[in-house]
Design a protein around this ligand. Structure first.
Ligand SMILES: [Zn+2]
Length: 278
């Protein structure tokens, strides 16, 4: 098979050393999803410094199909995202973006859109203040989960179909795989705890019974729910400026990170490392 040269629109996700001491870059590409390429040259080589996480631009790659071997021959940087290094939380969030892309195999298939969304997230992370880095990250994961077709219905109960009142807090059940109204959440909990699961005489809908705050493990506050519905129309920069109170943000993170783990179908190391920084 003949060798050939390929140009990828790309974002550098990771760099690692091969057992032989060569550098291997992992790229998110618009053309072929995740691609590993070798970079030759010493630690001070220009190409090696240009093509490092999280540079974005055109990667010129030499391909030998008979050996399934790809070598980076040049990298034309459009955006270097060096501002991501200015804060611990930004670095951590960018790392989670990269890890999510790797574990979902480039977001499942619509690679040009995934690449554009990932670059937009990096721009949002670079331009926000370090303490705001949660917002671009949450927005990115939420949109990626949507692209993967795994976004839950947020406006009605997944068990009985009852629409949620506008601006109401709501519960997400990972066991049920969706948002639940209070009656269905109670029924689910009594079913799980082995208590009497009968719904006889139980009124459906809102009001009465236990308060939603008694189900804190998957409570999405009214503020968090509003942020999610508004965020669909917001840019990454705008989404950062809509601050949430600490409890709303914590609930939103528990939900979105939980969904992200499910979408990746694997633990996300960044999330366990990041606990101390959150
Ligand atoms: Zn229900």
């Amino acid at each position: 098979m003949p060798t050939r040269n390929i140009v990828y629109e790309s974002l550098v996700l990771r760099a690692r050393e091969s057992p032989g001491g060569d550098r291997i870059l992992c790229l998110m590409t618009a053309e072929s999803g995740i691609q590993d390429v070798f970079v030759f040259g010493g630690p001070k080589s220009k190409l090696r410094s240009l093509a490092s996480p999280y540079s974005s631009g055109r990667a010129f790659v030499y391909l030998d199909p008979s050996r399934d071997f790809r070598k980076l021959s040049d990298f034309e940087v459009n955006e270097s995202f060096t501002g991501l290094r200015e804060g611990l939380k930004k670095i951590w969030a960018a790392g989670l973006v990269a890890e999510f892309l790797l574990k979902t195999n480039g977001g499942g298939g619509d690679f040009p859109e995934v690449l554009e969304l990932s670059r937009a997230a990096m721009r949002g992370l670079e331009s926000c203040r370090d303490e705001e880095a949660d917002y671009p990250l949450l927005l990115y994961l939420w949109r990626m989960i949507d692209l993967l077709g795994l976004l839950p219905e947020t406006e009605s109960c997944s068990a009985c179909g009852l629409p949620f009142p506008p601006g109401a807090e709501r519960l997400y059940s990972f066991a049920a795989g969706g948002f639940l109204c209070p009656a269905c959440a109670r029924a689910e909990e009594s079913g799980r705890s082995g208590e009497n699961g009968s719904r006889e005489g139980e009124s459906r809908g809102w009001g009465g019974g236990r308060s939603l705050a008694e189900f804190p493990s998957y409570l999405l506050s009214a503020g968090a729910a509003r942020w999610l519905s508004r965020s669909a129309a917001l840019s990454f920069a705008e989404a950062s400026s809509v601050g949430l109170d600490a409890a709303s943000l914590a609930g939103l993170k528990a939900l979105v990170f939980g969904l992200a783990r499910g979408a990746a179908d694997a633990p996300l190391a960044s999330l366990s490392v990041g606990v101390g920084i959150l």
